[in-house]
Design a protein. Structure first.
Length: 276
């Protein structure tokens, strides 16, 4: 099956490597390797299964699969997918273990799970690839080493990966709101909104649903209406001008959206606040 590598980086004489790649649907076999490997799924569509040691493990969106050295695997891919693959050879493992003060322990194939640290670095790598069209050694070198240190601690010392965050941090909420304010009246692209928080689209959707009970699109709509309220109270702009400023296709679209969230029309809302 052909692999279209978006970008790859190799450090430490091929002892530690990161590969961001797109792959077609189908069945792909990989022989046993001397390196430990981690594979993070970066797409949402289709089914992906990792087959190894007589087990078939589903790899869900944003989950990381750990493949210990010496394990032959095959992938059953329902649709084309994107993954971030990380390989660490034994020599590099030993160096990272000394550097982190970690005692390496025998480990085995485990159920794929969310790893927020790997997800975070993957979001940075994808954002840089989309922004500049390439991944420079100066950008990836430090990230590769940080990822390696995390993997040694989290997977090879007997300690489980850190628990995923339960919601957006205050700093991330501020970056979201700032991006929305600066981007309007242009359309808000969810992928770019996620990148503003250094998250993948899937991470952003999952964290917003968990913390706020809404999708990114719903959050954007609420922020638009909040900005509309401010303009209605504090400016003399006409309703059509406010609709344009906030990216609504028409004044009637603005009125419908405003009424849906507030129970009032923009005109009624302004009149009520003019009386206060």
């Amino acid at each position: 099956m052909p692999t279209a590598a978006i970008e790859s980086f190799t450090a430490g004489n091929q002892a530690l490597s990161l590969v961001l790649a797109d792959e077609d649907a189908g069945l792909r076999s990989e022989p046993a390797s001397s390196a430990h490997q981690w594979h993070l799924r970066l797409c949402r569509s289709g089914d992906v299964h990792l087959n190894a040691d007589d087990a078939s493990l589903p790899l869900r969106p944003a989950a990381t699969a750990f493949v210990p050295a010496g394990t032959a695997v095959s992938w059953r891919i329902g649709l084309s997918w994107r993954r971030l693959s990380i390989r660490i050879e034994p020599q590099q493992l030993a160096e990272l273990a000394i550097e982190t003060g970690t005692e390496l322990r025998p480990t085995a194939l485990r159920e794929p799970a969310h790893d927020p640290v790997i997800e975070h670095y993957a979001a940075l790598i994808q954002h840089e690839a989309q922004r500049s069209g390439r991944l420079a050694d100066g950008f990836l070198g430090p990230i590769a080493r940080l990822i390696g240190m995390h993997l040694v601690r989290a997977y090879l010392s007997g300690e489980p990966p850190a628990a995923p965050p339960q919601g957006l941090s205050p700093a991330q909420r501020e970056r979201l709101d700032s991006y929305i304010r600066k981007t309007l009246p242009a359309p808000i692209v969810i992928e770019q909104l996620a990148a503003a928080c250094e998250l993948s689209q899937y991470q952003l959707m999952r964290l917003m649903k968990r913390a706020l009970g809404m999708s990114p699109q719903q959050y954007v709509q609420e922020r638009r209406i909040d900005l509309a309220k401010k303009l209605l109270r504090e400016s003399e702009l006409g309703l059509s001008d406010i609709a344009f400023e906030l990216g609504f296709s028409s004044q009637s679209h603005f009125t419908s959206a405003f009424r849906a969230l507030t129970g009032h029309t923009p005109k009624t809302y302004r009149e009520r606040h003019d009386l206060l």
